[in-house]
Design a protein around this ligand. Structure first.
Ligand code: XUL
Ligand code: CO
Length: 461
């Protein structure tokens, strides 16, 4: 989305010839073949899987079935490395930096070669990542149709499927004051038209989910904002999308992706519990689940796995944008997840709820702007996939052993009989509880044993 996309000049000065990629069977990642599983590889070998073995069975399902990895198109094929202080650093030999349809098609074909060589079965995109905006909505839709036809063909040829599609309702200047929460009804209507088309495309490409991230659905100042009105409009927007989804027979799951801020100062979908409360307030909780991104969770001031745990506890966890932030920076850095403990926390929840399907682990991650080599695109994904494979194996060991969950269960045993059982069933009163407290005296002080639990976890990791 940067205005400093590399020009044809600077790219060709690096020896690029874009047309060479326009021929049938052109290879985009020369010198890299299908990434193998090599468990005995040494520390310097980063173009092999050391832990992710797609067909290996863990607790009655293959790793591939548990993990359902997905590559996102926007960072991996549209990211330029530009930041607020610097120009693009990531030059891809097939990308001339233009908004042309030819360039869009080259990127897409490079994408499918990448997914296939990496061995990932899913991808995700925003409508505007894959096809350029035209002069008006009708032309934009025609551009999208043409690219979607190619995407459908590439999906068919490679067997790679669409985990989810989404609409970019935040980058274009028309959305600067929001999309469905825009004070101008004309913008609301434009966003609705975009989502209508997005759902048609999702249906056509067999998307298993459809995501709504409300990038600019929020505010910078209370002074100019009617929050109640904006939230009512946002609910109407979702109701209209649900109605259209049913009308066209799209079976994918609708997912809202919470985030507390960036780009707005305050985003309405602050965190998992805020979104669940919103859905229940407006009677939408049966129609929409959540797509949780840990970097957003930490931005909201929670621990990495917090929103995954909370949404799963209410059967609302649909999918995960598996990335990580940098606690020492504190913004949405969208880094590749490389921490085995964090992956273990996530996979414990996934195992407990019996899987993520039809959701998955989507890498909403970008290589650092300093990681400029083409092979860094592979190394980053491989490292994150290995991290989650290890997290899965550790979580499975914890699960099968049962020691940790037995300890947690025991902590709540007072609710299994007597006054506890009455509280659990709601079959008591303040009078009865007062009588209990008067007769039983001061409760015993029972240790929470956090360090004991942390030590147990370290035993498995
Ligand atoms: C932004 C973000 C988005 C959503 C899809 O922080 O995570 O890319 O995942 O719009
Ligand atoms: Co995301």
């Amino acid at each position: 989305m940067s205005s400093f996309a590399p020009t044809s000049d600077n790219a060709s000065s690096m020896g690029a010839s874009y047309e060479a990629f326009d021929v049938k069977d052109a290879e985009f990642f020369k010198g890299i073949s299908k990434i193998p599983y090599k468990p005995d590889a040494g520390p310097t070998e980063s173009l092999v899987f050391k832990h992710y073995n797609a067909s290996e069975v863990v607790m009655e399902k293959t790793m591939e079935e548990w993990l359902r990895f997905s590559v996102c198109f926007w960072h991996t094929f549209r990211g330029t490395g530009a930041d607020p202080f610097g120009f693009p650093t990531l030059v891809r030999p097939w990308d001339d930096g233009s908004n042309s349809m030819a360039n869009a098609k080259r990127r897409l074909r490079a994408g499918f070669e990448f997914f296939t060589k990496l061995g990932v079965k899913y991808w995700t995109f925003h409508d505007r990542d894959i096809a350029p905006e035209g002069r008006d909505l009708a032309e934009t839709n025609r551009n999208l149709d043409e690219i979607v036809d190619l995407a459908g063909q590439l999906q068919q040829e490679t067997g790679v499927k669409l985990l989810w599609a989404t609409c970019n309702l935040f980058a274009h200047p028309r959305y600067m004051n929001g999309a469905s929460t825009n004070p101008d009804a004309h913008v609301f209507a434009y966003a609705a038209a975009q989502v209508k088309k997005g759902l048609d495309v999702a249906l056509k490409l067999g998307a298993e989910n459809f995501v709504f991230w409300g990038g600019r659905e929020g505010f910078h100042s209370m002074l100019n904002t009617n929050v109640r009105s904006e939230l009512d409009h946002m609910a109407t927007f979702f109701r209209l999308a649900v109605a259209y989804k049913k009308k066209i027979g799209f079976k994918g799951v609708f997912l809202i992706e919470p985030k507390p801020k960036e780009p707005t100062k305050h985003q309405y979908d602050y965190d998992a519990m805020t979104v669940i409360a919103f859905l229940r307030t407006y009677g939408l909780e049966k129609e929409i689940k959540l797509n949780i991104e840990p970097n957003h969770t930490t931005l909201a001031g929670h621990s990495y796995e917090h929103d995954i745990v909370m949404s799963s506890a209410y059967n609302m966890l649909g999918s995960i944008d598996s990335n990580t932030g940098s606690p020492d920076l504190g913004w949405d850095t969208d880094q590749f997840p490389m921490d085995v403990k964090n992956a273990t926390f996530v996979m414990q929840v996934v195992l407990r709820q019996g899987g993520l399907q039809p959701g998955g682990l989507n890498f909403d991650c970008k290589v650092r702007r300093e990681s400029t080599a083409l092979k860094d695109m592979f190394i980053s994904h491989i490292g994150a996939m290995d991290t989650f494979a290890r997290g899965l194996k550790v979580a499975a060991n914890i699960f099968k052993d049962g020691a940790m969950s037995k300890h947690v269960e025991d902590r709540y045993q007072s609710y299994r009989s007597g006054i506890g059982a009455k509280i659990e069933s709601g079959d008591t009163s303040l009078e009865e509880l007062e009588a209990f407290a008067l007769s039983q005296g001061e409760p015993e002080r029972i240790s929470g044993q956090q360090e004991h639990y942390e030590t147990m976890l370290n035993f498995y990791v």
